[in-house]
Design a protein around this ligand. Structure first.
Ligand code: WT7
Length: 641
């Protein structure tokens, strides 16, 4: 596999960028010509951001799995596609070559078909990080079913909400998942979710933990039994379904500033081209390199840079089932040495947490195979950046700080390893095809820099890139409102950013009511809804505050009316409620019981004040003159946890 579109110098980057902006059709058309199409496109790009309508490679026909699997079989059949490292280092690892993976994907695609799944059907996948998760994802894509992967940390209630929203009639899950010392009973969570989802026709359960499960007659079947059936039927091949370029490939739910997660939809062709292009260029992947992205496939990072980007490039992708700190905090480094990992892509929160264990876990680890390091998910603080650079990269590995979102499908702003310069805390330059714009509240371009020549504003993108969000599932108007209506003719990211005079960007964080906790996006409204479900809670307000490891922590102000039990009990009950409604990732780090919340005369909670108090600020709370009852603020300040 060679990548004629891989950028090899700074000049080539500038040249590519220029072309991508001046003649996007030629630029992306040339790149796309290196992929496998059943039919070529009639036009490269048609768009407007008012509807919004974004169509890439209109008229083209393809199947992404033919690009990720079949097209590699002539030359890379015996190359490892997936290397899988189990949770427990004592257990054997697995290697699936491209030939193996192709075979298994076709096999499971036949299982799906045999269970009634058809093109366009939504299949919910709720599994731990085992190769069968990647196989299930690709098997859906093989037959044109739309996968909706749900991270294993979400609760039954969250799953049910997503199943209903997507009207998903098929589920693929596991008996359980191993994560560190924990054993998560996935099937049992699914059973709880399905109590209110009678429309689900089939649950396919893959064996992993041997946790006892209840298999419901007529609904639940075992993965392994279904594979046997396929073999008995002699179904060994599975032709790929021919898809339209703009057919949906998957839905992935993500939080916004409202209480209800949105089903972000990505389309087959554009997403394929863009994840491949960014994978090959940002990491400067060379054939044979071992790529280790530590994310979970339940998040967009796993979709794009464990599965689709690497596999479409014929790369070797490493999948890790466990957690960075078990059996000890040297686990990542052990894995890097064991498989001679060349590219390590992880989150700042993981780096900060490992930093906290000191240098002990790094002792005796060579890490000499590493060539490129990457970060994603949240701003990286300089201390963590330098630690990563010195102790992991040994000052020899460029660090790419990749800024992007579930909605963008792939990286938008990032340096390219060894090609464009890196700078601690800065995502740096836009990738080819990406046209950022900083605007003020009214959507006016920021043209005035501060005394250091730095521009500051809300980050928007002016034109589509191939992996632009296409719609929010079942509700296009919601997509328009959320991303394309704040500022006319711009995609609004929800992030604030700085730009220096050389055009480098630094992402400063969300400017909406969305938190970024350990690189996971959580809407404050969602957490408030969950807290308010608790019988003893009258009202609540949730804000973020700086957290040493998680980046942001969750601070909840709660008005409770209960006289039953002491505060510490209610606190535990609230945590339990949030775990039930959303999942453990949304549990508040701090809960402060208050008598009232600071509100304006029209009843709006003034979060700005609550944020300041949570950050530890007591003096400069800004303008409080519009408060209905300023006394509330003093009460809250005096009771701060
Ligand atoms: C939000 C998107 C992209 C996959 C993981 C998260 C923040 C992401 C960076 C970065 C600063 C970053 C932004 C963005 N973010 N990458 N390199 N530097 N902030 O995906 O859950 O869709 O969250 O994560 O705030 O909007 P997501």
């Amino acid at each position: 596999m060679s990548y004629p579109y891989q950028i090899k110098s700074l000049e080539a980057y500038h040249e590519a960028y220029k072309q991508s902006v001046e003649t996007p059709d030629n630029f992306w058309g040339d790149i796309a010509s290196h992929f496998f199409w059943r039919r070529k496109w009639d036009s490269v790009l048609e768009w407007n951001f008012t509807e919004p309508k974004v169509e890439w490679f209109k008229g083209a026909r393809l199947n992404i799995t033919e690009n990720c699997l079949d097209r590699h079989l002539d030359t890379l059949a015996n190359r490892p596609a997936i290397i899988w490292e189990p949770n427990d280092p004592a257990e054997h690892h697995r290697v699936l070559t491209y030939k193996d993976l192709h075979y298994k994907v076709c096999q499971f695609a036949n299982v799906l078909k045999n269970n009634g799944v058809k093109k366009g059907d939504r299949v919910c996948i709720y599994m731990g990080m085992i190769p069968e998760l990647a196989i299930a994802v690709l098997a859906c894509a093989r037959i044109g079913a739309i996968h909706s992967v749900i991270f294993g940390g979400f609760s039954a209630q969250s799953i049910a909400d997503r199943l209903i929203d997507a009207n998903a009639e098929y589920i693929v899950t596991c008996d359980g998942a191993f994560r560190g010392q924990k054993d998560i009973p996935l099937k049992s969570v699914i059973d709880d979710a399905l109590i209110g989802c009678r429309f689900v026709k089939r649950v396919i359960v893959c064996t992993r933990t041997r946790t006892p499960v209840s298999m419901i007659k007529g609904r639940d079947v075992w993965w392994e039994d279904e594979i046997k059936k396929i073999e008995t039927l002699g179904m060994t091949t599975c032709p790929a379904e021919e898809m339209d370029a703009e057919d949906p490939l998957f839905i992935l739910y993500t939080s916004g500033s409202t209480g209800k997660p949105k089903g972000v939809v990505h389309a087959c062709a554009g997403y394929m081209i863009y994840t491949n292009y960014t994978f090959v260029n940002v990491f400067q992947y060379k054939p044979g390199d071992i790529h280790f992205c530590t994310a979970d496939i339940g998040w967009i990072t796993g979709h794009s840079y464990i599965v689709y980007g690497p596999l479409s490039a014929g790369a070797t992708t490493l999948m890790f089932e466990g957690v960075p700190t078990w059996p000890d905090a040297g686990r990542f480094w052990e894995i890097v040495d064991k498989y001679k990992v060349n590219i390590l892509y992880t989150a700042p929160t993981a780096i900060r947490s490992l930093m906290g264990f000191g240098l002990g876990p790094l002792q005796g680890k060579k890490l000499s195979s590493l060539k490129v390091l990457g970060t994603v998910g949240e701003p990286i603080n300089e201390e963590a950046w330098h630690w990563y650079d010195e102790h992991v990269g040994k000052k020899k590995c460029p660090i790419v700080d990749t800024w992007w979102q579930t909605e963008t499908g792939g990286m938008l702003i990032s340096n390219m390893a060894g090609i464009t310069p890196s700078r601690p805390g800065w995502a740096t330059l836009p990738l080819p095809g990406v046209q950022p714009l900083l605007v003020d509240e009214n959507g006016k371009e920021i043209t005035e820099a501060d005394e250091d020549g730095v521009f500051k504003g809300n980050l928007c993108i002016q034109a589509p890139w191939p992996a632009t969000i296409r719609t929010t599932y079942g509700d296009h108007e919601r997509c328009r409102k959320n991303y394309f209506s704040t500022y006319p003719n711009l995609y609004f990211t929800g992030d604030g950013a700085l730009k220096d005079k050389d055009g480098n960007y630094r992402i400063t964080g969300r400017v909406d009511d969305v938190l970024n906790v350990s690189g996971h996006r959580i809407g404050t409204a969602e957490v408030e809804n969950a807290i308010n479900m608790h019988a003893g809670v009258v009202e609540s307000a949730v804000v973020g505050y700086p957290h040493e490891i998680k980046g942001q922590g969750i601070y909840a102000y709660v008005i409770s009316q209960t006289t039953h039990g002491d505060e510490s009990l209610i606190r535990k009950d609230i945590l339990q409620t949030v775990t039930r409604i959303i999942g453990p990732i949304a549990k508040p780090d701090k809960i402060q019981f208050v008598k009232g919340l600071p509100k304006t005369r029209s009843g709006k909670i003034m979060r700005r004040i609550l944020r300041k108090i949570a950050e530890g600020e007591t003096e400069n709370l800004g303008d409080t003159s519009t408060l209905l009852d300023p006394g509330v603020v003093d009460d809250i300040k005096s009771g701060k946890v």
